[in-house]
Design a protein around this ligand. Structure first.
Ligand code: SF4
Ligand code: SF4
Length: 508
């Protein structure tokens, strides 16, 4: 499929794209079939009374989430967000402007939930929810990666991602879900991870990894699974178990635990850090997926929970696990309280693997040979959900500084990409938010244009040949789109891939 897709030409930066109305109107995610929908509790197909049910669900969400109502009411159409979305930049379709995406729902909200919209719909841009509008929702709310970049530039902080999540929840509630995300959620419930990798296959993979690492560095680095009484439970994206370059970071985590003498384990029950419940805006799914982590933690009797390199997983862990599961204070059900008692509160719960590694580097508990990474001239891609959806460590901006500190401690050559495209203004990789599917490859390639342009510049200016990131989706997306833009596929990798190269084993 990638052979037919070509990369759009680079633009001169910065530039506001010329409009191509309707350019992406035919781009649609595959619709989930009955089996996929019903497996996770949604109607199997579009219900007969979809109109009334959709409006009713919107009413519930407006009551439940005050922010949604505020976002729908507050926009003054100033346009500050309009050229900030990578999908608009790459596709030039005006419906991919954040404000236009919001208006897909705002127009319906006004028609059914505001007096002027009920009395004078045309005057206030209110529209009936027709089948055509519903189809438009399915198309354009699945052309948003929920990256929140637009919200950084909005004077009111309006978060298009929340509107996208609400729209997806409404679509699911009437039986009109997206195949990719919903199928993955089903796999997590049935098998334990996004990739459908069963426990025995995971055990084999980890055993094989131990042998590979021993062959490579002569050390008995363990990749333990389901170890009762381990100190740390590592929750990491399942892509880390076999995808490239993800697995290189898994090797890095294992070497960090080994070098620091920390006992740790993975879990076959919670063999997935990802939580697509967030992508579809369904908090019940998000909770169910997150509860696997709690069950595993209670069963294994661990003391600390550490999360691997995965952007949205870290956002869910950092922002939602406390009230969903009791990892961190918030939830008050008996199991949450039991877990609270079990965890060691001298440590952050949960903790990002980068926080753990950086704290070990800072206090000299692990040693790194920077020269081991001398072949790499490195830049860092901030992942959206880490940059704009969470924090890390004890300092403001720790989510930006800690991964960079680790890179600089592991390597001699580091260069930032262009200001305004990193930190909280980072561009999405183009594949987040439930869009990492080949049925949306054209969108993904176009959506990665702004990041590729800036990468090209740092390559031209400084000879960068490695883009580090701490997100499983970014790694998978870049692996796919880098070659389409003429870069080496292997140019992307994890921060712990660099740690893995540099760490000295057997010192302590
Ligand atoms: S959240 Fe991200 S993908 Fe969605 S409209 Fe805003 S900038 Fe675009
Ligand atoms: S920046 Fe905010 S107020 Fe302005 S158009 Fe965008 S969403 Fe509306």
């Amino acid at each position: 499929m990638s052979a037919e897709i070509t990369a759009p030409p680079y633009r001169t930066i910065p530039i506001i794209p010329a409009l191509k109305p309707g350019a992406m109107a035919e781009t649609k995610s595959f619709v989930a079939n009955e089996k996929i929908q019903e497996a996770i509790g949604f109607p199997g197909k579009l219900v007969d009374d979809w109109h009334d049910r959709a409006i009713a669900r919107m009413g519930e969400l407006l009551t439940q989430y005050r922010s949604l109502k505020v976002f729908l009411d507050a926009c003054v159409h100033c346009g500050a967000c309009s050229d900030k979305c990578h999908y608009f930049i790459g596709t030039q379709d005006p419906k991919n402007m954040p404000v236009a995406r919001q208006d897909l729902m705002r127009s319906v909200y006004r028609r059914y939930f505001t007096l002027p919209g009920k009395l004078f719909p045309k005057l206030v841009g209110a529209r009936d929810l027709t089948r055509e509008v519903l189809d438009e929702w399915h198309s354009y709310f699945y052309q948003c990666s929920e990256c929140r970049r637009c919200s950084v530039f909005c004077p009111y902080g309006i978060d298009t991602a929340e509107i996208t999540m609400a729209a997806r929840e409404i679509l699911n509630s009437v039986g009109y879900g997206q195949k990719y995300s919903n199928e993955i959620i089903g796999k997590v419930h049935k098998i334990g991870n996004n990739l459908g990798l069963p426990g025995p296959a995971l055990a084999d993979t980890l055993e094989g990894l131990e042998e590979d690492v021993k062959d490579a560095c002569g050390q008995e680095v363990r990749f333990p699974l389901d170890v009762q009484g381990a100190e740390v439970l590592l929750i990491t994206p399942s892509a880390d178990f076999f995808a490239e370059p993800h697995i290189e970071s898994l090797i890095g985590y294992a070497k960090v635990f080994h070098a620091a003498g920390i006992s740790w384990t993975l879990s076959s029950k919670a063999s997935e850090a990802g939580n697509f419940g967030m992508f579809i805006g369904n908090y019940e799914q998000m909770r169910k997926i997150a509860l696997r982590v709690r069950e595993a933690a209670l069963e294994l009797g661990i003391k600390r929970i550490v999360v691997g390199e995965c952007g949205h997983a870290w956002r869910v862990a950092y922002s939602f696990w406390n009230t969903l599961t009791g990892v961190g204070g918030g939830a008050s059900d008996p199991f949450a309280l039991q877990l609270q008692q079990q965890l060691d509160h001298r440590y952050k719960q949960p903790m990002h693997i980068c926080e753990l590694t950086w704290s070990l580097i800072e206090r000299g508990a692990i040693t790194l040979d920077k020269e081991a990474n001398d072949k790499h001239i490195i830049t860092f891609h901030d992942s959206c959900n880490v940059a704009r959806g969470s924090r890390m460590g004890d300092i403001l901006g720790g989510q930006f500084e800690i991964p960079r500190n680790i890179i600089k401690a592991s390597a001699n050559h580091f260069h930032e990409m262009l200001e305004g495209t990193t930190h909280e203004k980072t561009f999405c990789c183009g594949g987040g938010g439930g869009l990492l599917t080949d049925d949306l490859l054209d969108l993904r390639v176009k959506g990665s244009l702004p990041r590729m342009e800036v990468l090209q510049k740092v390559v031209d200016d400084h000879g960068v040949n490695f883009m580090a990131t701490i997100c499983a989706i970014c790694k998978a997306q870049f692996t796919k789109v880098l070659p389409i833009y003429g870069f080496e596929r292997g140019m992307v990798g994890g921060v712990h891939q660099l740690v893995s190269n540099a760490i000295r084993l057997g010192d302590k």
